[in-house]
Design a protein around this ligand. Structure first.
Ligand code: CP
Ligand code: NVA
Length: 330
């Protein structure tokens, strides 16, 4: 058992030990069980949290709201247009004000430094709901889903396909290194994670008996994969005019039948979502008109296949976020 996480912020997984991450996963399982059995768990009654979103969200926002309500807390949501932060009031002042009113603060937005500074000034736990660099709450849901499918995660191989230097890929590399999962970044050389982070993760991976591999070769990269993971090709905050370039660069790394066949027979497919796997979105339709692509980072067939566990993964966001809030606020 790790020492208590009470009072800690959850900003990036590099700040947590292997044991602490394992503890949060165990706690998540307990909370999933409580939810599934309809057992009330208002363990944080009387507390209040605020959710500060500078980018849009479905899963993360809803997970924090439902988890907060289930734990008995009051929840305030501030959308990208309705707080003064950064416009009329400095981040430091906003953090100090929110810290006086709330027991915990969730932040989704841009630079990692923003969430780090919020935590520095707020005086209450701050949770990173996604920055340009990291998406740590997503990781707990992903590993929980892997564990539910295989019964374990240590020693498995996870391959991230595509934009391998985005927030999700960076975080997967970190969590894999921490938990003894072999991590492969499979994408074009131009979109590999930063060397500095790779070096840090390689060192951690060595301590935990696993490997970090970077490759632009799809066949080699996805061979022996237990988990194939991808994310959208253009992340929030990136300019729209980058789509054409990204499509050209990342099309060879689309997750399709050939990729899944090359992986282990019992491999699963994960995606943090949202996903462009059909033409049922306005952006998807727009891309089809401009570039003729009906599906992007993953084919509709793989997305809807038995190997795809994306909706279990999405549900697990809520159980794992609940565990993070409970562990840090109790
Ligand atoms: N995976 C994820 O963070 O989804 P949202 O952007 O909908 O929160
Ligand atoms: N990389 C994506 C993740 C969305 C959950 C983004 O930042 O938009």
């Amino acid at each position: 058992m790790p020492r208590s996480l009470s009072g800690r912020s959850f900003l990036k997984l590099l700040d947590f030990t292997t044991e602490e991450i394992q503890y949060l996963l165990e706690l998540s399982k307990d909370f999933k069980n409580l939810k599934r059995t309809n057992t009330p768990h208002k363990y944080l009654q009387g507390k209040n949290i605020v959710l500060l979103f500078e980018k849009t969200s479905t899963r993360t926002r809803c997970s924090f709201e439902v988890a907060g309500n289930d734990l008995g807390m009051g929840v305030t949501y501030l959308d990208p247009g309705s707080s003064q932060m950064g416009k009329k009031e400095s981040l430091e002042d906003t953090a100090k004000v929110l810290g006086r009113m709330y027991d915990g603060i969730e932040y989704r937005g841009f630079d990692q430094q923003i969430v780090e500074d919020l935590a520095k000034y707020a005086g209450v736990p701050v949770w990173n709901g996604l920055t340009t660099d990291f998406h740590p709450t997503q990781m707990l849901a992903d590993v929980l889903t892997i564990q539910e499918n295989f019964g374990y995660y240590k020693g498995l191989t996870l391959v991230f396909m595509g934009d391998a230097r985005n927030n999700v890929a960076n975080s997967l590399m970190v969590v894999s290194a921490k938990l003894g999962i072999n991590f492969v970044a499979c994408g074009p050389k131009a979109n590999m994670p930063e060397k500095k982070l790779v070096d840090i993760c390689k060192k951690i991976a060595k301590e935990n008996g696993c490997t970090i591999t970077l490759t632009d070769d799809v066949k080699k990269g996805t061979k022996n994969a237990d988990v194939i993971y991808t994310d959208i090709w253009v992340s929030m905050g990136e300019p729209d005019n980058i789509w054409e370039k990204r499509i050209k660069l990342l099309k060879p790394y689309q997750v399709n039948d050939a990729v899944m066949k090359n992986a282990n027979p019992n491999a699963i497919f994960l995606h943090c979502l949202p996903s462009f796997h059909d033409l049922e979105t306005t952006i998807g339709k727009d891309i089809y008109k401009k570039f003729g692509l009906k599906e992007m980072e993953v084919t509709d067939k793989v997305f809807r296949s038995k190997q795809s566990k994306v909706f279990d993964e999405a549900e697990n966001r809520m159980h794992t976020i609940k565990a993070v809030m409970y562990a840090t606020l109790k």
